[in-house]
Ligand binder design. Structure first.
Ligand code: MF3
Ligand code: CO
Ligand code: CO
Length: 249
């Protein structure tokens, strides 16, 4: 059974602050995401920025995750661990930031291109960003979570790509991961109803090839089984009586 927290109107402000900081981290790191920098250096820069702003990086030690951010390059679907790997011309990378500010969690990710990327990479990234947008537009009071997954899946598959099934969005607020699981595929008019006071993420992972994933021996890094490229964008959303807010935009 799913236990979705219904937050109060007063909870929106501190949540907005956490989400706004998470977005600022992505803006801050953007000029550093270039050929030759290691993902470990990106992690250190983000860690310092988050601490300086009075927050903590939620991934650090989360179920044993060893770093402060996730850096997922090329065929890595999600949960890539920052390392000595130096970014190369043509790489694509997702940077996923979650901060805990005053006990509230903000979670967001986006893609960055290193130098000249393939046409396929460009198209994959564009489709994934649009898929998140379409998912957000499907959020309606009285609608269902199935509506979100359905709209994302239909769009992604009509563009010849596939939606990852093994990872999903999630409720968020006072905890990093709360109910419900927000699937990026599914059937209209199914699943829990969307109500005011719900805070959750939408974070579609889209593969250029098969949707299948596997986890590497480090127990975290999820990759495409067929080694095809993967992209992801993530926003944290608040449903209020006055409409849907994208807190990390
Ligand atoms: N930020 C990821 C998400 O969007 C979760 C990362 S969990 C970690 O839900 F442990 F890998 F950091
Ligand atoms: Co998330
Ligand atoms: Co995230």
């Amino acid at each position: 059974m799913s236990k979705i927290v219904i937050y109060q109107p007063d909870d929106i402000k501190p949540m907005q602050e956490a989400c706004s900081l998470a977005k600022s981290v992505l803006d801050y790191i953007s000029p550093f995401v270039t050929e030759g920098i290691s993902t470990e250096e990106l992690d250190k820069l983000c860690y310092d920025f988050i601490i300086k702003n009075g927050a903590t990086p939620a991934p650090l030690n989360y179920h044993g995750f060893p770093k402060s951010i996730c850096t997922s390059v090329n065929d890595v679907v999600c949960h890539g661990i920052p390392s000595k790997y130096k970014l190369l011309n043509g790489d694509i990378i997702n940077i996923d930031i979650t901060v805990n500010l005053n006990g509230w969690f903000g979670d967001t990710s986006r893609m960055y291109k290193i130098g000249e990327c393939s046409k396929l990479a460009d198209r994959l990234i564009a489709v994934t960003e649009q898929a998140l947008d379409i998912g957000i537009k499907a959020v309606k009071i009285g609608g269902t979570f199935g509506d979100i997954g359905y709209s994302i899946q239909r769009f992604v598959e009509s563009n010849g790509f596939s939606v990852v099934r093994d990872y999903c969005g999630h409720g968020i607020g006072r905890h990093f991961h709360e109910d419900p699981m927000v699937l990026h595929y599914g059937i209209k008019d199914t699943g829990e109803k969307i109500k005011p006071g719900m805070f959750f993420t939408i974070e579609p992972m889209v593969n250029a090839g098969s949707h299948k994933t596997k986890v590497l021996k480090d127990k975290w890094t999820a990759v495409t089984v067929d080694k095809s490229l993967s992209a992801q964008f993530e926003h944290t959303i608040a449903v209020t009586d006055n409409g849907v807010l994208v807190l990390t935009r």
